[in-house]
Each structure stands twice: as structure tokens, then as C-alpha cells.
Design a protein around this ligand. Structure first.
Ligand SMILES: *Cc1c(COP(=O)(O)O)cnc(C)c1O
Length: 367
């Protein structure tokens, strides 16, 4: 018998990343399955993309010079006075962009994880985590969530051993929507050894409305072992162009950059991200609208008697246990595609007003 090329055991054992279901061509349905932004790109962003199209015979700027500089300026402008005093302005060399923040996370792990090193992460959380950890050769240490879909930071701190190289902190947590406070994050960081990297995944930061919101860059100013992970995919509406970034101390950023795919962010994505930063106020006004819609969504469900975690993101989590698959199919039949997590629950993105109306009608029928 011909011998076959073996796959690495870590790869054969990987769970599949399940993308949010797509709306079939020609069907009338709302796609609430991937936490995307419901708005199409702004005219100024579309114009930047069209303009950039004429240069795609060339490789993009490998270091995304203009984009990392613009990000450094925006990040510096958002720093708290204390963070600015502790660690100064954010420099472009501290910013590493990649082909979506998932790719940046993979490169972070490739830069610091050796075979068998442990990576602690909350679970249930972002489904990419176990995949990128295993592919990097690490051993995942999932830590169950606390009640109400919250991260159990005490248990996560207790899971750190001398084999731990990285801890992933997802806030707001995908798919439960629960967010940490900055006080909780800083208390946690004080308990983590300074040679363990803490990745603060802030994919949904712009949707947080709290008295004490997590501020990853302030945490980074106080703790050199922090890496902040952000994306243009959600609040900025560029999911289809794949651009995300990490912010870290310069030495770590250099290591992450070394591990990154060369030319990983296309010219179109770089120009679109720059145009989006220029239109930041307009885009954040759209985020306000989504947050208002989230309140209507959550209040509507609570009025029906559902017990929900406190969502600080652009989606809502409903625990449905064994009924999950059936409920997701019923929602799809009614015109809203949600993301089922078999046997656990559904995650429903907050989008169009009409989609909320349809979903609320469907959910009322489940009571
Ligand atoms: C959507 C999401 C991301 C963003 O992924 P991109 O690769 O930037 O599109 C990162 N982390 C979490 C937790 C997410 O839900």
C-alpha cells in the first residue's frame, strides 16, 4: 500500500471553524450569524478602495507604513493621561497589522509559543482560539466561563503554571457578549507573571458602554507583557477586506512582525483602513445606532422573560441547550440566519431594525 503524507496530529485533531451561515443567493434573509456590520462601506471608503484597485499589480507596502503611523496617532490621541505619562505616546513600531486580527493572533502565538507550551483561554469563547493555539504547537488550557457568560479571571489566573506562555482574554467575550471592567483586568494582570504574555482581544471594544470599560492600551502602558488585539472587521465594517492589528511593546512587536506573513495586508485593505480612520466619527456614529438597536433587542427579549447575559458587543447570546439546532432552523425559516453552537445556544448579531423585529417575533413564539 502507498504510504500517505501524514498530517500533524495537532492538525488532524483540529475542530473546524464554523463560519456563520451565508444567505443563499436570491433569498430574502438577514445574516445575523457573523457579527458583521450591517452598513455598507461609506462612499469615501468605497472611493479609496476603487482608487487603490489601479495599483494591485504591485505588492502592497509590506510594513503598511502609513496605516501603522495613522493607527499610532489615533491610539495616542485615545490614551489616558496616566498611560501617556507611564509610557509615552504609542509609536508606529508598536503596531503590527495583519490579514485580520485572527492572523495577527496566530503570528503572536508563533512568535512566543514553543511545542507543548500552554496557552490559557476562556471557554466558550472565540472559536478560532483552540485552532490557532494548536497550529502554533501549543497546548490549549480552556477555562470554563463563570455564570452569565462572564470570564472567570480567578480560575484563569489559577490555570497559569510555569508552562504557560500566553493567556487570551476576550472582552467583550464572543459569543456571550459579557465584558470585563478595567478594574478587573488590572487586578488580573497583577497576578500574572511578567513573562507570561496576556493578549487582550478587543474586537468589540467600540460597542462597550460601561462606567469602567476595558482600555487595553492603558493596561499595556502599565504592563509590558500585554498585547492588545483590535480589528477593522466589526465596528469599522471592513470584515471582507481582512485587516486587524496588535499593539505591543516595541520588542514584542518586532517579534510578531518577524513571524508575520510578508505582504499580509493588501493594498486595498490598507487604503480602506486609512479612509476608515479618517471617517472615524461617522463610523462611530453608526456604532451608536447599533448600540441603540442592541438595547431594543435585549429589552425586547427580557420583556418576553429571557434571562440573558449583559451584552456589550454587537450580538446577543441565548442559551437554548438541546433545542439550539431546531431554534436556529426556525429563525432561518422566518428570515434571520443566526449562529448556532450545537447543544449550547445561539448567537444573534444586532443589525437592521427589521431583523430585530423578525427575531423578536420568532423568539416570542419560543416562550
Ligand atoms: C470577529 C472577531 C475577531 C476579528 O477577526 P478578524 O480576523 O479581524 O476579522 C477577533 N476576535 C474575536 C473575539 C472576534 O469575535
Amino acid at each position: 500500500m502507498t504510504r500517505r503524507v501524514p498530517l500533524r496530529p495537532a492538525v488532524s485533531a483540529l475542530p473546524a471553524y464554523v463560519p456563520g451561515a451565508r444567505v443563499p443567493v436570491g433569498a430574502a434573509a438577514f445574516k445575523l450569524s457573523s457579527n458583521e456590520n450591517p452598513y455598507p462601506p461609506l462612499a469615501s471608503v468605497q472611493a479609496a478602495i476603487i482608487d487603490a484597485a489601479s495599483d494591485v499589480n504591485r505588492y502592497p507596502d509590506m510594513f503598511a507604513t502609513e496605516l501603522t503611523e495613522a493607527l499610532a496617532q489615533h491610539l495616542t490621541a485615545d490614551l489616558t493621561p496616566q498611560a501617556l505619562e507611564d509610557n509615552g505616546a504609542v509609536s508606529a513600531e508598536q503596531v503590527v497589522v495583519g490579514n485580520g486580527s485572527v492572523a495577527v493572533l496566530a503570528h503572536i502565538l508563533e512568535a512566543v509559543v514553543d511545542a507543548g507550551d500552554e496557552v490559557v483561554y476562556p471557554w466558550r469563547s472565540f472559536e478560532a482560539y483552540p485552532i490557532v493555539v494548536s497550529v502554533a504547537g501549543g497546548t490549549g488550557v480552556p477555562v470554563p466561563l463563570a455564570p452569565h457568560g462572564r470570564l472567570d479571571l480567578r480560575a484563569m489566573a489559577a490555570a497559569v503554571t510555569d508552562k504557560t506562555r500566553v493567556v487570551l482574554v476576550c472582552t467583550p467575550n464572543n459569543p456571550t457578549g459579557a465584558a470585563l471592567t478595567q478594574t478587573e483586568l488590572l487586578d488580573f494582570l497583577r497576578t500574572v507573571p511578567t513573562d507570561v504574555l496576556v493578549v487582550v482581544d478587543e474586537a468589540y471594544l467600540e460597542f462597550v458602554r460601561s462606567d469602567d470599560p476595558v482600555d487595553g492600551t492603558a493596561a499595556l502602558a502599565a504592563h509590558p507583557n500585554v498585547v492588545v488585539l483590535r480589528t477593522f472587521s466589526k465596528a469599522y465594517g471592513l470584515a471582507g477586506l481582512r485587516v486587524g492589528y496588535a499593539v505591543a511593546r516595541a520588542r514584542l512587536a518586532t517579534g510578531i512582525r518577524s513571524a508575520s506573513t510578508p505582504f499580509g495586508v493588501s493594498h486595498l485593505a490598507q487604503r480602506a483602513a486609512l479612509a476608515s480612520l479618517e471617517a472615524k466619527d461617522e463610523l462611530l456614529a453608526r456604532v451608536d445606532t447599533i448600540v441603540t438597536e442592541r438595547t431594543r433587542f435585549v429589552d425586547g427579549l427580557r420583556d418576553q422573560g429571557w434571562d440573558l447575559p449583559e451584552s456589550q458587543a454587537n450580538f446577543v447570546w441565548m442559551e437554548l441547550g438541546q433545542r439550539t439546532a431546531e431554534r436556529a432552523a426556525e429563525a432561518a425559516a422566518a428570515g434571520v440566519i443566526v449562529r448556532p453552537f450545537a447543544g449550547e445556544g445561539i448567537r444573534v448579531s444586532v443589525g437592521e431594525h427589521e431583523a430585530t423585529d423578525i427575531f423578536l417575533r420568532v423568539a416570542a413564539g419560543w416562550r
